[in-house]
Ligand binder design. Sequence first.
Ligand SMILES: [Zn+2]
Ligand SMILES: [Zn+2]
Length: 341
Amino acid sequence: MRAVVFNEFGAPDVLQVGDVDRPEPGPDDVLVRIGAAGICYHDVLSRGGKIPGKPGRILGHEIAGEIVAAGTNVAPERIGERVVLYQRLFCGTCRNCLNGRQDLCRNGRVLGEQGWGGYAEFACVPARNAIVVPDGVDIAAAALAVCPIGTSVRAALGIAQTEPGQVVLITGAGGGLGLHQIQVAKSVQARVIAVTSSADKTGIVREAGADEIIVSPDLKFSGEVWRRTGKRGVDVVLENVVTGTFGESLRSCAQLATVVVLGNIGARPVELDPGLVIVRRIRIAGSGNATFKDVRMALHLLATKAVKPFIGRVLSFPQAAEGHALMEQRAVSGRVVLQGW
Ligand SMILES: [Zn+2]
Ligand SMILES: [Zn+2]
C-alpha cells in the first residue's frame, strides 16, 4: 500500500511517499481504508525528532475511514462501517483501563508512534478501537473527533466539568484546540471569554461562538477579564498557552475556579503565586488526550452540529510535507486534513 514515511528526522521534506506492506488483521482486528487523517502538531514534533520515538514509521493518530476486512473473532457485519480510530491501543485490564481511563493505559501504544499511523492507505487496529461514526458526520470531521475535539471535551467537560452559566476563559483561543473548546463550552451554555494575542484571529474566534474576545498582544488580560465579569472572575480557565499567560490566568480566576493546563508552548517552568491559589481556592489540573467516552461525546456534538469542525486546509496524502510546513509556519487556522491520493 502507499504510505507517507520518513526515514530520518528533519524538515518537512523528509516525509516521502513509499510502498509498505499492507497490514494483515489478526483475529481481533479490523482493517480500515483510511478516508481522512488529521495533521496534529504532535506529528510535526515527532518528525522533527523533538519527542521520543524513531524514524521509519507512519505518523498520524487522527484517523477515520471504512472497515474493509475483519478478523475471525470480529462480527462480519462490521465490514462497511464508517469509523474513527481511538488513538491509543490499550490493554483493557490495567487499573486505568478498568477505570475507563484508556488514555492512561499503563501498557498502551499510540497510533502513529508505536502503532500503525494515519498517513497511509490502510491501518489495522483491534476492532474495539474502531468507533462508529454517526450518519451525517463526514469522514474528515470524524478524523477530528479524537483530537482536537475529544481533547477539548476532556478539558472542558471531563476535567473542568463546566456547567451552564459558568464563565470560561480560553487562552490561545484562535488555535486548533481553542476554536473547538469555545464550541464545546458553548454546548453546555457557558459564557466564553476568548483571549488571543493576534487581532487577525478575532473573526474566526467570533465564528466559533465566543461571547467576548480580548485581543491582548502583551498578554496582560486579567484587568480586562475582571472588568468584563463585574470583578467576579471566571469559573474555568482552559490554558492552551501557559508560558507568559499563567499568572494572568490565575489573576482572572473567581473563587473556586478550575484552571486546566493544556499548553506547554515555552516548555519551561512558570511562576505560581501560592497566596492567590489559596485565597481563591483555585484548583489547577492537567489534561490530555480524550477517553473513549470523550470521543463518543465529540461525535455526538458533531452529529448535532453543536460543534463545527474547523478544517483550515485539505491536502492529498502525498502533500503531507506541505501540510507540516504550513503547521510550522502557523499559516493555517484550524486543522490540516489529508484526504485522497
Ligand atoms: Zn492530535
Ligand atoms: Zn490498560
